[in-house]
Ligand binder design. Structure first.
Ligand SMILES: [Zn+2]
Length: 455
């Protein structure tokens, strides 16, 4: 826990009308800013004075927050672990209900045409709402599924070591779910209702591309004025710093299936049509497509062909991963692949091409940039720098679904700084980052809900 001198203010009523007193407190020790060297990508925004009572509250919230985090980490919830996801979803739903929200559990299922999931049932979504008296609708989103298999948590149990809280899935994205629970609870305890509507969406299929929840998140993005997504807020590794994101990559899955003709590989190979050769030809041609400088890339990652050594293979399939910074570039990639399969190595083979848009790119608008500048100003009030990332770095998130047909602004990376997501390294988040991030997210809801952030 950071040692910080704070103001004595016990009631929130005073806290919320506190602007007068704001300058009276010592600045929070910038415990989360050991990386103060990180340059800000955007021109410095004006710093907003700190809400001292809220800051004190968020500091006191760190211990309860850690307890919540522990309880969430202790329920394993891989994307295909429907039983674990249901248990976790029930915990989340109960907590949101206790904070006075109307809670709905919404089933999710992959579309039938999804290349790998083909109509499979997915973890249900927890959608909660609460009406207020203010100007704008604010939505908070995070995902409760992880990339890990059941049983792996035994090797990475929840534990705290110095400034690090460890646990499987803690950075991606249980910290985000826990932050939302505590932000909602803080607002409820403070009687804050100066938003038109507060919404929470916790989904259970993000790590498989949100095939079930994506369309609903897009719908919500077109209904809410501000959407804050709680993926990790920067690297906890040396040299990392706090950030918010205005861009994430789009992801597509390419499936290629070649049908040829089987024949005896020893006595009549000329009567066969080798599907494996044709597939290889197509993969080698298309691996050059795209433009790494533009962030458009294709990589073939899975292939299957043949069954017997002495038979010319009649079938061959492969899957590629495609990334792009814009949705238009994804269209270009699809068109290039379609054209490419017209030119074959083995004329009598047949090629089927599936191009599945798994996740759109998140491209920012003026409202998103206004939200980002406001976040920088709020964090500045705490004395902590906040970097705005304007360029995607290959990862895709649900902010993109929310930002596809936005009513207002969308901002990503409201979570904690962490380390080790999707890797073999032990996953952790920074304890010293918890109070500042709780403060930032709570203030963002208050200021965007009441209409103080303008665009
Ligand atoms: Zn995530």
């Amino acid at each position: 826990m950071p040692t910080t001198r704070t103001c004595r203010l016990t009631t929130l009523a005073s806290a919320l009308s506190l602007t007068l007193l704001l300058g009276a407190c010592a600045p929070m020790s910038p415990t989360a800013s050991t990386s103060a060297a990180t340059p800000a990508a955007s021109p410095a925004a004006a710093t907003l004075p700190v809400d001292a009572a809220l800051r004190t509250q968020t500091q006191a919230e760190v211990q309860p927050y850690l307890k919540t985090l522990e309880s969430l980490v202790n329920i394993e919830s891989g994307s295909r672990d429907l039983e674990g996801l249901k248990r976790l979803g029930d915990v989340v739903a109960e907590r949101l209900g206790k904070a006075g929200m109307q809670v709905e559990i919404k089933p999710a299922r992959a579309p039938d045409f999804h290349p790998q999931l083909k109509g499979a049932p997915l973890g249900s979504m927890v959608y909660a709402t609460k009406a207020g008296t203010g100007a704008k609708k604010v939505l908070l989103i995070a995902h409760m599924d992880t990339v890990y298999q059941r049983g792996m948590a035994a090797k990475q149990p929840f534990r705290i070591d110095g400034d690090r809280a460890y646990g499987l899935g803690i950075a991606d994205d249980k910290q985000g779910v826990a932050l939302i629970l505590h932000v909602v609870d803080l607002l409820a305890r403070n009687g804050f209702k100066d938003y038109a509507q507060l919404g929470v969406l916790i989904n259970g299929d993000e790590e498989v591309g949100s095939p079930g929840s994506g369309p609903f998140i897009t719908q919500l993005g077109s209904e809410y004025d501000a959407v804050l997504s709680f993926e990790g807020g920067g690297s906890a590794a040396a040299g990392g710093g706090d950030m918010v994101r205005l861009a994430t990559s789009s992801i597509a899955i390419v499936e290629m299936k070649v049908t040829g003709k089987a024949s005896h590989a020893g006595s009549a190979p000329q009567l066969g049509r080798n599907a494996l050769y044709e597939l290889s030809h197509q993969m080698l041609k298309s691996r050059q497509f795209g433009d790494p400088a533009k962030g458009l890339q294709i990589n073939w990652t899975v292939a299957n062909a043949g069954g017997s050594r002495n038979v010319i293979p009649a079938e061959a399939t492969a899957i590629a991963d495609v990334r792009s910074l814009t949705n238009e570039d994804l269209d270009l990639m699809e068109a290039a692949l379609k054209k490419s399969i017209e030119e074959k190595l083995i004329p009598d083979t047949r090629i089927e091409l599936g191009f599945y848009r798994s996740r759109p790119a998140f491209v920012s608008n003026a409202a998103s940039r206004a939200l980002a500048q406001h976040a920088v100003a709020l964090y500045g009030g705490l004395g902590v720098p906040l970097d705005i990332r304007e360029r995607a770095t290959g990862g895709g998130t649900d902010a993109a679904f929310a930002g596809l047909r936005p009513r207002g602004g969308v901002l990503e990376s409201f979570g904690l700084r962490g380390f080790g997501a999707h890797s073999n390294d032990d996953e952790y988040v920074l304890v010293s980052n918890m109070a500042p991030r709780l403060y930032l997210a709570t203030r963002m809801v208050m200021d965007s809900g009441s209409g103080k952030v303008r665009w």
